[in-house]
Design a protein around this ligand. Structure first.
Ligand code: PLP
Length: 632
């Protein structure tokens, strides 16, 4: 398992067990040995229609672990509770989950339920998100914040004000100066006293991929000039007491606590200034950015890793705010954060399967077909040079002459002088030479039943890497290296960069005679944030199957509490305005016409069946299956 750095990125939730499979430790560091869940057992159970209780789901499959979600939330809360207590901080931490990171109903409902004892809330950034957050928070703590971020029009602001009428703790965070007029107007019309926050454009910037969110040129938030104008306007409207929260967001994946402290310190000064100007400030909302160590290096040297733990993050935030506020004799604010990635990344695993491999093939050169190399003067010189280089083991020269020979033959083929057989033989000869000098490419292409665009969109969009690991055979040394090629007909649909700077992954040879019916399952980990929300249906590959798995005591350490098959071909077609039922009828009708007079079988006609009826039924059944199956 050290090959895949599992202990680096996986702890304390994922580890390799003594059977060579990935074990999920649902309660993190507090998981007892008998509570470990073998991921392969889950996959077998939910995909096998024959096993007792088997569900027959198709891959790809997302396995969600609500226990992991609960543990993440509790760890975040206790990291802040500990920092607050140990530093004598005079207020509390009360976080919100930004629903854009994963809007799945059960994920959001779980977060509200698991977090209600510590007033955990939600952050919304659009009208549908605010609707979902309001309805979920009806079941949460009445004190939980509903932080309303994002671009706001009158309807959005009315919804947030309506939330207050429904006794939900909605806070309208101004991201654009123009939103203030709407808030003042609508709150008067609706007779609601709003709680207002403002998002500041900090001058502190982070340099990683997510950095451009921050700094004075960031897309969101108010500059200091705008903040002062907002204060003046609120004072003139008799609403300065409504301004209670200061929000900022430095960017996702903050690499170090020093950068974090820089940003928090600037914001804390701003908070104290807002107090001085007469606002009734209560909360400082430090946004998201609590990072994930995707590559397990803990170095903070790239967007893939962060150089701090949850505890160190909380310590830095609490310490910095306390220091600034104490110096300015300002009461300690409630600390809110909007961590998304850090809460949901670990809770789900994407399972897919390698279905075949493309190996570099060495064809044996046919002596007759390479005879021509000895006939032309230049070709002969080239061939003899190559032969001599091979004999004296001169690697550099071999590479040079192989290259020359291949180029010459490609030219010859284009001119129509070389036949396809001759080309194949020269390729075979060259491959043989490369293999003999140890320069052949040992990397195989593993075809996987997945769409990168649907399930790992950030890999394609922003070169984000996630740990990918076989979920079994970890006790067997992988015999090959591979890159992964997905099912879409798009050359971007491949994975050829992996954590640790690798350009291929150690993988086992596919073995059709092996266990698990010869199937080879891979898991992509830490993808619970953003990936599901951003995925598209390129090539009409729809969403994967999803199961929810909880730890339970008993003969099995887990129970599947919910299973939803992935989108069928009919489902994705429907999403693009096609009408699969009509399409099916059209194709069936065409089959009837083409097999004319052979009887449809359907109508049970009296005419003599010459086998056409069977054929028609087979065609109809095949079409029906294809509409109803997942496209993978
Ligand atoms: N809050 C705001 C305003 C954001 O823009 C984001 C994401 O970029 C988040 C919270 C969540 O950030 P993260 O997933 O890094 O915790």
């Amino acid at each position: 398992s050290s090959l895949y750095r599992i202990d680096g990125w996986g702890a304390p939730y994922f580890t390799a067990n003594s059977s060579g499979n990935i074990s999920v430790r649902p309660h993190g560091a507090e998981t007892l040995p008998h509570q470990d869940i073998d991921l392969l057992k889950i996959v077998k159970k939910v995909t096998d229609p024959k096993s007792s209780g088997g569900l027959g789901l198709q891959l790809p499959l997302i396995v969600r672990f609500p226990d992991v979600l609960k543990n993440r939330l509790e760890c975040l809360q206790s990291a802040f509770d500990f920092a607050i207590q140990s530093q004598g901080y005079d207020s509390h931490y009360q976080g919100v989950f930004p629903v854009k990171c994963n809007q799945d109903r059960f994920v959001v409902e779980d977060i509200v339920r698991f977090g209600s004892s510590f007033r955990f809330g939600l952050e919304a950034g659009s009208k549908p998100e605010i609707l979902l957050a309001m309805s979920c928070l009806c079941k949460g703590s009445p004190d939980a914040f509903l932080v309303c971020n994002g671009f706001k029009d009158a309807e959005y602001i009315s919804l947030a004000l309506l939330g207050r009428k429904l006794a939900l703790n909605t806070i309208i965070v101004l991201e654009q100066e123009e939103e203030l007029d709407l808030v003042i107007d609508l709150s008067k019309k609706m007779n609601v006293r709003p709680v207002i926050g403002l998002r500041a454009k900090l001058r502190t910037k982070h340099s990683g991929h997510f950095g451009p969110t921050s700094g004075e040129k960031g897309k969101f938030g108010l500059t200091t000039t705008q903040i002062v104008r907002v204060i003046t306007k609120l004072r003139q409207s008799g609403m300065l007491d409504c301004l209670q929260l200061l929000h900022f967001h430095i960017g996702s994946q903050i690499p170090s606590t020093s950068l974090l402290s820089d940003g928090v310190s600037e914001a804390a000064q701003l908070y104290c200034e807002l107090m001085r100007l007469g606002a009734h400030m209560k909360v400082i909302d430090i946004g998201g950015g609590l990072g994930i160590d995707y590559d397990g290096s803990k170095s903070g040297e790239s967007d893939l890793s962060v150089a701090y733990t949850l505890e160190e993050y909380a310590e830095a935030v609490v310490g910095t705010i306390r220091f600034v506020c104490d110096r300015r004799s300002v009461n300690h604010p409630v600390i809110c954060s909007e961590s998304g990635r850090a809460i949901v990344s670990h809770h789900s695993v994407l399972i897919f399967e390698a279905v075949s491999t493309v190996k570099p093939v060495v064809h044996q050169a046919n002596p007759d077909d390479i005879q021509f190399l000895l006939e032309g003067e230049e070709a002969r010189a080239n061939y003899e040079d190559l032969y001599a280089a091979v004999m004296r083991g001169d690697r550099e020269s071999c590479l040079l002459y192989v290259d020359q020979l291949k180029q010459r033959c490609a030219e010859g083929f284009k001119e129509g002088v070389l036949s396809i057989e001759q080309l194949v033989s020269v390729d075979g000869l060259c491959e043989w030479v490369l293999k003999a000098i140890g320069a052949s490419d040992p990397v195989q292409t593993y075809n996987i039943n997945l769409s990168v665009f649907t399930s790992i969109p950030d890999l394609w969009g922003i070169d984000q890497l996630f740990p990918i690991v076989p979920i079994h055979k970890l006790d067997q040394r992988p015999g090959a290296r591979g890159v992964l090629s997905d099912l879409t007909c798009d050359s971007d649909g491949k994975i050829d960069k992996f954590i640790g700077g690798e350009t291929s992954l150690p993988l086992h040879e596919l073995d059709n005679s092996g266990g698990n019916g010869g199937r080879y399952f891979l898991g992509m980990f830490l993808g619970g944030a953003y990936e599901e929300a951003l995925g598209g249906v390129h090539n009409l590959f729809g969403g994967p199957s999803v199961v929810r798995v909880s730890q339970c005591d008993g003969p099995h350490s887990f129970a599947v509490t919910r299973a939803v098959p992935g989108q069928s071909s009919a489902d994705v077609l429907r999403a693009m305005q096609h009408e699969p039922e009509l399409m099916f009828q059209t194709l069936k009708h065409r089959a009837e016409e083409v097999m004319h007079g052979k009887g449809s079988g359907d109508e049970g006609g009296e005419e003599e069946d010459d086998g056409g009826g069977d054929e028609f039924n087979n065609v109809a059944a095949c079409l029906d299956r294809s509409f109803h199956n997942m496209p993978y």
